[in-house]
Design a protein around this ligand. Structure first.
Ligand SMILES: Nc1ncnc2c1ncn2[C@@H]1O[C@H](COP(=O)(O)OP(=O)(O)O)[C@@H](O)[C@H]1O
Ligand SMILES: [Mg+2]
Length: 371
């Protein structure tokens, strides 16, 4: 699909911005702090209902305003117009979302309809960071592919919260341990569903990842990704027995110590060595890029749709040869939107038509078009 237009009103440092993107290559250039990433952030917000920088909705609102709006029109997709409004009143933040002029009430009815894959310098945290970052990342990809997965996850979180509240009450002798039976049953059923979905997803994703990583690293030894569960099996009955056995431990802690909410994904090479323990900085960066390309490919396969590729400032970290390699890798995938401080690449660009937007302090000060 192609993002045709973007409108931002009182979004971050933009009072009002209207962009008409090229269906092929777009370069957003400008000094540090000019507002380049804010444009990618608006696109990620419209696509995923949250900032890819993990900022709060509140932060999207321009400092001189009480509300913020952004929207995009899309070509080559069954839905055309995506809109988000955020309003702050005294204490709350309200978000209103629309697709093709219809109000959308549930996140799960919105998510995964405007498909983007975002490359950013912080992707490396998926490899280097804590397990919750990997869970969050892979959950977001699964949510784009499997309808209903978001709802499944939300129900699971509600069950864990209730179970944890009960564990604390039992610890304080305010409830009876037998009350856990029903929660453990519900917990096991949902945990089993999530475990199985994650595991079958990562098997497929990993085969994309192995190939793509070898392709760009030119290494011989494949690296695969495995689901590493705290549970012995994904079968509901086995999970039930396991957490039942672990009850006294959980009561002491006041929380549920086994299950998908604790699970992790491990990167290992063919000889069984843990990638996160041996990989160099360069290998990690390559793996981070391979992750995002895998995301693009698995979504394309599952939905028969090409995501729009957003690349936030990762060129500054790559040497010249790697920059051009990266461009060559991405160029055939579809529409690309890059941000970069140094516009040399943009001005050297001669492979296909492109647009360059020079951004300055919340304005587009110049627009060039070639092809
Ligand atoms: N809510 C906001 N209201 C107004 N300005 C903001 C807001 N949030 C961030 N900014 C400004 O946006 C700029 C950063 O934009 P960003 O897109 O990250 O820059 P870059 O071009 O380096 O990617 C900073 O100047 C910052 O002060
Ligand atoms: Mg930036």
């Amino acid at each position: 699909m192609i993002i045709d237009t973007l409108k931002m009103i009182n979004f971050r440092n933009y009072k009002e911005l209207n962009i008409n993107f090229s269906p092929r290559i777009n370069f957003i250039t400008g000094k540090n702090g000019a507002g380049k990433t804010n444009i990618i952030e608006a696109l990620s917000f419209i696509s995923n209902l949250k900032s890819f920088r993990n900022a709060a909705d509140y932060d999207m609102i321009n400092w001189n305003s009480n509300s913020s709006y952004c929207s995009s029109t899309v070509i080559g997709n069954e839905f055309e117009k995506f809109e988000i409004g955020i309003i702050k009143d005294l204490k709350n933040i309200k978000k209103k979302i629309k697709i093709d002029d219809n109000d959308i009430k549930r996140v799960s009815d919105y998510y995964g309809k405007l498909l983007t894959v975002i490359f950013s310098p912080s992707d490396i945290d998926i490899i280097n960071g804590t397990p919750d970052l990997r869970r969050r990342y892979f959950d977001s990809v699964i949510s784009k592919i499997i309808p209903g997965y978001i709802d499944e996850l939300n129900k699971f979180k509600t069950i864990i919260n209730s179970r944890n509240a009960l564990l604390k009450k039992i610890r304080e002798k305010l409830s009876d341990i037998r009350e856990l039976d029903i929660w453990d049953k519900m917990y096991s059923d949902k945990a089993s569903v999530i475990f199985k979905k994650r595991e079958s997803f990562i098997n497929e994703y990993s085969s994309f990842f192995s190939n793509i990583y070898m392709d760009i690293s030119k290494e011989e030894l494949p690296v695969s990704i495995f689901y590493n569960s705290s549970l012995k099996s994904s079968e509901a009955l086995s999970i039930y027995n396991e957490i039942k056995k672990n009850r006294s431990n959980d009561i002491k802690r006041g929380s549920t110590s086994l299950g998908p909410q604790r699970d992790d994904y491990n990167f290992k090479n063919k000889r069984g060595f843990d990638f996160t323990r041996y990989a160099s900085q360069g290998q990690r960066r390559t793996a981070a890029i391979a992750l995002k390309i895998s995301e693009f490919e698995i979504i394309k396969k599952a939905k028969n749709k090409k995501s729009v590729i957003l690349v936030d400032d990762i060129f500054s970290e790559l040497d010249e040869k790697r920059r051009y390699n990266m461009l060559d890798l991405l160029i055939e995938k579809g529409q690309l939107i890059f941000t970069m401080v140094n516009s040399d690449i943009a001005s050297d660009w001669n492979k296909s038509s492109y647009k360059e937007f020079s951004v300055n302090n919340g304005f587009i000060s110049d627009e060039k078009y070639k092809g």
